[in-house]
Each structure stands twice: as structure tokens, then as C-alpha cells.
Design a protein around this ligand. Structure first.
Ligand SMILES: Cc1cc2nc3c(=O)[nH]c(=O)nc-3n(C[C@H](O)[C@H](O)[C@H](O)COP(=O)(O)O)c2cc1C
Length: 187
């Protein structure tokens, strides 16, 4: 089981996303991990090969002024041509968004929408946010604790990505215009 991590953090390896990825790789030795720090890696045929070879993908990003990281946005802009391609259609995609306190859930929902529209498969319980405010809240025992996302939930995402690879479906794609999407259309 090979999962490719796409780290969309603006801080690459050195940030909170990087730290979380390190911890996940230590705890989930059952997975063959591959990692691409988008802050350092442009979309290329070798990244496409990694995406193609992966059984599933896990995308992480911080929240930056209510948006996902610019390295991830750059990937989406450069990899637009992936939409509907057989290399990605039906490939399970998990998403984890870090933040201090606000904005992460709307990023999560929008990102899942983008990935689904491109053709990735969004399995149930495959997206979460994790916040500094949630981390602080979890330090005090309280009856609402189960309602906060916690770091263990990331393992559930990994489990659901694994499960989603077990019953492959021959998904269909609608036709995609691959020639004109960058052309001027305004008259
Ligand atoms: C430029 C910048 C903007 C940020 N904007 C937000 C924000 O809008 N909402 C929020 O809750 N946290 C915000 N944060 C906090 C980060 O989302 C949070 O620290 C996250 O873990 C960053 O991940 P990273 O260390 O991998 O970059 C911001 C941080 C930076 C550096």
C-alpha cells in the first residue's frame, strides 16, 4: 500500500505540516510512504509518475489567510490537465488542513470539492482539520472532547484511504477540453 503525501505548506518540511507528516510516517510503518513538498517541487512528469504509482494520496496544508498554501494552489493551476485523466480518476484522496483557529473547514470542503471535480475519489471520513485552538481545548478534559478532531483521526483517514483501494470501480469521465483552457475567451 503506497500513499503519496502532498505537502502544500508554505513552510515545506520545516512547518507544522512537516512535523505531522514525520509523526504519521513513524506511527504508520504499515504504509509505504512517498512525500512531495510542493514548496520545493514543481508539477512535472516525475511528479505525475509518483501520483500515478500511488494507491492513494494524502494532501496536507496549513491555513493562510483563509486559503490553502500557495504551493498547493500552484500545483492545482499547473496540473489542471489532470482533470478526468485515467491516472487519477477514482484514486482515493485524503485531506488534512492545519490552522490556528479559523478558516480550515471551509478550505477542507473546497479542497475536497476541487479534488473530486478533478476525478479523485473522496472516501467517507477522509478529511479533517486540526487546530491550535482544538489542541489547547483538548488539554482540559471536558464532555465535548469527542467532538473535536484530534491527531488520532488522521489514522482513520489513512485507514479509509486503504479501504477505498480495495474495491476498484471503473469510473467514467466526461470529455475534457485539454487544448483551450488557457486561451483568452473574452471578446
Ligand atoms: C501567513 C499565515 C497566515 C495564516 N492564516 C491563518 C488563518 O487565516 N487562520 C488560522 O486559523 N491560522 C492561520 N495561520 C496559522 C497556520 O495555518 C498554522 O500555523 C498552520 O499549522 C501552518 O502550517 P505550516 O507550519 O505547515 O505552514 C496562518 C499562518 C501564516 C504563516
Amino acid at each position: 500500500m503506497q500513499i503519496l503525501i502532498l505537502n502544500g505548506s508554505i513552510h515545506g518540511d520545516a512547518g507544522n505540516c512537516g512535523l505531522l507528516i514525520q509523526e504519521l510516517r513513524k506511527t504508520r510503518k504499515d504504509i509505504k510512504w512517498d512525500l512531495v513538498n510542493l514548496a520545493k517541487t514543481k508539477f512535472s512528469s516525475s511528479l505525475l509518475k509518483k501520483i500515478t504509482q500511488a494507491d492513494a494520496i494524502l494532501c496536507l496544508t496549513g491555513t493562510y489567510w483563509d486559503s490553502w498554501g500557495s504551493p498547493l494552489q500552484k500545483l492545482l493551476e499547473d496540473a489542471t490537465d489532470l482533470e478526468g485523466r485515467e491516472e487519477i480518476v477514482g484514486k482515493p484522496m485524503g485531506v488534512c488542513v492545519l490552522m490556528h483557529s479559523v478558516g480550515g473547514k471551509s478550505i477542507l470542503s473546497r479542497l475536497q470539492g476541487v479534488f473530486s471535480t478533478m476525478g479523485f475519489l473522496i472516501p467517507p471520513m477522509s478529511g479533517m482539520t486540526y487546530s491550535l485552538s482544538g489542541q489547547l481545548a483538548l488539554k482540559s478534559k471536558n464532555q465535548h472532547a469527542k467532538d473535536f478532531w484530534c491527531l488520532d483521526d488522521l489514522e482513520v483517514i489513512v485507514d479509509n484511504l486503504v479501504l477505498a483501494t480495495q474495491s476498484p470501480i471503473a469510473w467514467k469521465s466526461w470529455p475534457v477540453d485539454r487544448k483551450n483552457f488557457r486561451k483568452k475567451w473574452l471578446k
